[in-house]
Design a protein around this ligand. Structure first.
Ligand code: FES
Length: 206
């Protein structure tokens, strides 16, 4: 792999070898949540700083920029999304230009550039779930939560209810195709969920 290849691919290759399963699992879990401090101002606490420094130590000193994904997941886990201020902070920690961090953030759909609601719902839209009614489920969830998805785009796939309680997003396969349609609400997995059960689903979260 050479420096002429896209920055995210170079980062990805650098991450595969040294990253343990534990770290990967933590990252997957953290990017599923809506964030414990969603909609709160970006403010780096000592605890966040400590977490970031610990992550950076997993990599050789001359490869600290390889900690980009762990740091971005810490930010997303804390604030629900990755703001321009967060990009500046991560760039400072890794001693790279902010544009390099922005390239990574815009490359991965799982890294959010906009704030989700208090409860973030990810509806699978891959084949089994689509055939099982996931589009109807999404329509029903939006109807019940008062969400307008017409503004959702590739770069901002999240649509938020006017009250800020709910947000929705389509996701690709969530690895439970045999129990389609499925969705995640924050970190909770829900299976066999036709549109008719949407109201019961929302009633579990307030
Ligand atoms: S297609 Fe939806 S979980 Fe696999």
């Amino acid at each position: 792999m050479t420096d002429s290849e896209p920055f995210p691919l170079r980062f990805f290759a650098a991450l595969i070898i040294p990253m343990s399963d534990t770290i990967l699992n933590e990252q997957v879990a953290s990017h599923q949540t809506a964030g414990t401090k969603h909609h709160t101002p970006f403010e780096i606490t000592k605890e966040i700083e400590k977490q970031a420094d610990q992550r950076i130590k997993h990599y050789p000193q001359d490869r600290k920029r390889s900690a980009v994904l762990p740091l971005l997941h810490i930010v997303q886990s804390e604030f629900g999304f990755i703001s321009p201020e967060a990009i500046e902070w991560v760039a400072g920690k890794l001693e790279v230009e902010p544009i390099k961090i922005e390239e990574v953030v815009t490359f991965y759909p799982g890294l959010r550039q906009h704030a989700p609601g208090k409860h973030h719902i990810r509806v699978c839209r891959t084949l089994s779930c689509a055939m099982g009614g996931s589009y109807e489920l999404m329509d029903k969830l939006c109807e019940l939560a008062g969400i307008d998805r017409s503004e959702a785009t590739h770069h901002n796939p999240i649509a938020v209810s006017p009250c800020g309680t709910w947000s929705v997003e389509f996701s690709e396969c969530l690895a439970s195709c045999g129990t389609a349609p499925v969705c995640l609400v924050n970190n909770d997995f829900h299976e066999d969920l036709p549109a008719g059960k949407a109201s019961d689903l929302l009633a579990n979260y307030k």
